[in-house]
Design a protein. Sequence first.
Length: 367
Amino acid sequence: MNWLVAHWELKLVSFVLAVALWLYTSGQVRVERTLEVRLAPERIVLPEGCEFVSVSPAIFKLVVSVPVGRDQEDTLLQGLEPRLTVLVGSKWTGKAEFPIANRVLGLNSDVRILRTEPEQIGPIAVVYDRRQVARLPVDPPKLTGIPEGWDATLRLDLTQVQVKAGSQALDRLRSASTRIPFEEVDLGRTDPRRVDTHEERFTLKPRKADYDVIDTVTATIALAPIAETRQVAGVPVHILTPRDFPARLKVEIDPALATFTLRGPAQQLRALKPDDEITAFVNLTGTIEPGTARELPVRLLAPAWLAADAVKVRVKVSENPPLAPPATGPSASVPSASVLPPAVPTVIVPQAAPPEPAAAPRPASAP
């Protein structure tokens, strides 16, 4: 015991100094700070195959005590977004609890937690769920930007898709008979000048939701111009004759002005200029029998996209009467109106074959 009481004066002084130093350091000046704690879902780490459901409380305030000066240096004291890691044991619970403590919130050891606001806050509770796969029907997307005068028809390559979500989310979707929606399809880039029916393929984008769409869904959209009809009257009917068409023959067409019912894409049909873009004619390049009348179809030279209902006209080929012999006397220079050849309709002559010598006209028979 000699060592215990030896130099007891020095030992007593050392003990008093140690107690005083401890009292000084532990009783240093501290201040209170109020922090806002946010528990964001993206900061919660879940086991593989699980998805976040909820966290409570998601936001609360924490009153802490910190040494003077530390409150200005520690950026954590400006606001907390702790990172929580959920571990799943052998028994599935679907819920994990975390105490409101320095190690959970990421605070240093010299920061003292005084209280929470509101005060009646229990541990942080994270609810999670197992992710499962189910097959649900597809809701066809809305088509926008359809060009004027066009009709669009959508065809899906999949009418059902695989969806991955928590069991609670899947039960909710099934109970509501929910169809999986997709973003709208914009057809504004379609060339409005096209006149043919064609197809375009699009990859659909699912809308944001609390589930993931596993399958890739594509859609085929058939675009067809809307057909209209337009009636055009007063179109002159021309004739198409061979190069060796005898000049002594005349052609009579009844009616000489035809009326057509035209069909085609709406926009092009509205912009059509009949006087400049269509020509009506009957084909007389076949056997021509003077003195007979036949009904022949009228053909059109027109844009490829244009169609027309069938129209027939009565065509009669006859011989012109011979010219009267020259008159003598004072009125010799004025021909008689009764012997002038009648007017002949416009003649369309093909240019493919070289011209052949015209056959000499037969003598006209005496009247």
